[in-house]
Design a protein around this ligand. Sequence first.
Ligand SMILES: Cc1cc2nc3c(=O)[nH]c(=O)nc-3n(C[C@H](O)[C@H](O)[C@H](O)COP(=O)(O)OP(=O)(O)OC[C@H]3O[C@@H](n4cnc5c(N)ncnc54)[C@H](O)[C@@H]3O)c2cc1C
Length: 384
Amino acid sequence: MRQLQLPAFEFTEKQKEFRRFVRSFLKEEKAKGTFETHADSWLSGYNAEFSKKLGQQGWIGITFPKKYGGQARSSIDRYIITEELLAIGAPVASHWFADRQTGPLLLKFGTDEQKDFFIPQIIKGECYFSIGLSEPNSGSDLASLKTSAKKVDGGWLVNGMKTWTSGAHHSHYMITLCRTAQLDPNKRHHGMSQLIVDLKSEGVSIRPIQYLKGEHHFNEVFLENVFVPDNRVVGKIGDGWSQGMTELAFERSGPERILSTFPLLETAINLLKEKRDHQGLMEASKLVSRMWYLRNMSAGIAALLEEKKDVNLAAALVKDLGTNFEQHVAEVIRLLLPTLPDKQSTDEYTRLLTESILHGPGFTLRGGTTEIMRGIVAKGVVYA
Ligand SMILES: Cc1cc2nc3c(=O)[nH]c(=O)nc-3n(C[C@H](O)[C@H](O)[C@H](O)COP(=O)(O)OP(=O)(O)OC[C@H]3O[C@@H](n4cnc5c(N)ncnc54)[C@H](O)[C@@H]3O)c2cc1C
């Protein structure tokens, strides 16, 4: 059986100082009323003005090359920013996928023209992307997707439907995985390509899928004869699957797989301290210690990613353990500090608890389900 070894990661003094700076900036912005704290803010907190502010700070695409306006800083600095944004529950959904996924994807596989056009806008926090993978009958088994692109003069005609598309109603573009060659049952991962679909194009319609309490976060996206010019193909035609998979470790092992309910945990601990509820604090401290080892694993993976090591197996493990943890936080806290859920409540604790409970079921689905993560871990540990 393969051993899973993750390095113990220590932040340097300079990195700690950077963290303090980011934290004090965010606290000031919150105090000024720029935003209020929400649970699960990375996927449902939209605030274009705040995204622009982060862009002005240089905190979007901080790892991107200087020639596009980035700072070429380490992914550990990005990790620090991400943790601080999540911890304070800041509204970062607008630019999240562009910063985390699309920027690195274009930098790796995009043409110079694509980089020159998209990367500076992403860095400024002014250009948002959605991820168009899932379809009504293709989620875990993504290779069965049906959305197709047919070659026409000067580009591609896209037809099909995407679903659960986070933020498509706010985004400018969608990285759309589609079939550009017929499915070959013996090579299921071949023949797919990534196209940048402009969501304002003719033939695109976006329909909301509402949460239980009416929130609008994700969508169905219908694509009917949508023309995508040749210069909006990412990388090579037919290589869409392998290109898309390269960023999965970043997607699965980041702090957003552990900290979606951190604002609830912190608020609850403060309340328990005020009440001098020692029994409650004992229970909450078990959550904190669990969070701590998950955080250490996630930071260890970030360090390995910085060295360009393959961490897919460890990332799947963190995704599974981390998302189950973030769900569990709400389950434990609601029993320690019972209150009636109310999304509109002016009481921050009640609002955070409500958001954590209502959004919780999605944590272990988005980005790959628990069962799929465990399948990856089982195969990786035993067969590798
Ligand atoms: C909040 C949220 C946001 C999302 N945002 C996006 C987005 O922006 N873009 C996007 O493309 N998608 C998005 N998704 C979709 C998400 O990626 C899919 O829901 C996920 O991949 C599962 O696919 P599915 O819903 O089709 O479920 P299915 O694949 O149909 O799975 C149903 C159940 O069967 C289990 N199962 C399936 N196959 C296996 C297997 N081989 N072994 C064991 N168990 C199995 C699954 O674990 C699950 O419990 C989002 C989902 C959520 C909840």
